[in-house]
Design a protein around this ligand. Sequence first.
Ligand code: GDP
Length: 425
Amino acid sequence: MVKAIVGANWGDEGKGKITDMLGETSDVIVRFQGGSNAGHTIVNNYGKFALHMLPSGVFYNHTTSIIGNGVALSIPALFKEVNEIIEKGVPAPKLLVSDRAQIVMPYHILFDECEEERLGKKSFGSTKSGIAPFYSDKFSKIGFQVSELFDEELLVEKVKRVCEMKNVILEHMYHKAPIVPEELLETLHEYRDMVAPYVCDTAAFIQDAIKAGKNILLEGQLGTLKDPDFGIYPMVTSSHTLAAYGAIGAGIPPYEIKEIIAVVKAYSSAVGAGEFVSEILDEKVADELRKRGGDGGEYGATTGRPRRMGWFDAVASKYGCRMQGATQVAFTVLDVLGYLDEIPVCVGYDIDGKVTKEFPVTSKLAKAKPVYEYLPGWKCDIRGIKKYEELPENCRKYIEFVEKEIGVKITMVSNGPGRSDIIYR
Ligand code: GDP
């Protein structure tokens, strides 16, 4: 059976933790989109890890970790991560890389940096991992598929052709030194040798696993509001963050995805620029939540930059769950809110004097002002609690209020970063 674990918000909801947790009963864990531009932080018996390329299920002996065709594959980042986890005592992962995945090239990272520099104040707040230039090239049909690394004749010709085009832009637009095709070719040979033992037709592997009745997890990166079609365009990522894309990015029939677990965070956080209606504008209040947030503060797993903080946004989260097609919700980082006397929840958007509960297009979103309801806090630490009934009454009321607003059953409540910090309902 195939389950997808995806974000209903802006990312950083704690998908990594939920994937690591559900990895125990899974056979295959697949990354289907995105690249090394976002990180999943995982705390388990081996220590604390920030994964960017590897699926969050790599910590078990029994799982196969797959980099699907939809991923922006950074080969150096992947193997740096593999080596890091092995050094910390994790068994060498059973890793498979799709022969149809495309490769993040060194010049994608360079172009990402140059473009953000050129845009200055109007930049996207990119993590400069090359993701937007990578996906642009993929759809402009000048990207490099993993399989192409193994066809020398094709590779030599294509490197030359692509360099000619890239160098015009590099020299005349960004005033940078041109790419030397021979050097690029050498880098690609290194990439080929690194990745060769892992390359296969992963779509066929996953389809066989489905037939054999195995448990498969699709692990999404970022969240609904960063999807290029349904998010806060243009301040989005360049690959689809929706569970639906799991079918394409892993290469399986859409009807095989039977469960969609949307991970929803008990408050909001976002990185990079873009509309953020329930953002906490009082910097002192925001900083307090940021310091207490996540596991050791809300700072980017890839960049270390402080995340923007906000109250729970029921409008965005309801939409986030709906566009994911959530069949259930994992509600995370609830323990963090234990210090508050009362907790604002954004239950509507006031747009030009009219209150709506529907998440609008970006141009309207820019005008939206949050409408808050205030729920009483529970003023205690809920970490360590294992049973729903043992949660303080106000905490249960918060959960049930959110559940009613978003309209999807909350089946798991996460009350700490560790694997066992979970309450099933
Ligand atoms: P992801 O990209 O969705 O996997 O999320 P991140 O890893 O970027 O951010 C989630 C952060 O919250 C990580 O530091 C996790 O260790 C931490 N975390 C996850 N679930 C919980 C929780 O229930 N409580 C607390 N306090 N931290 C959590």
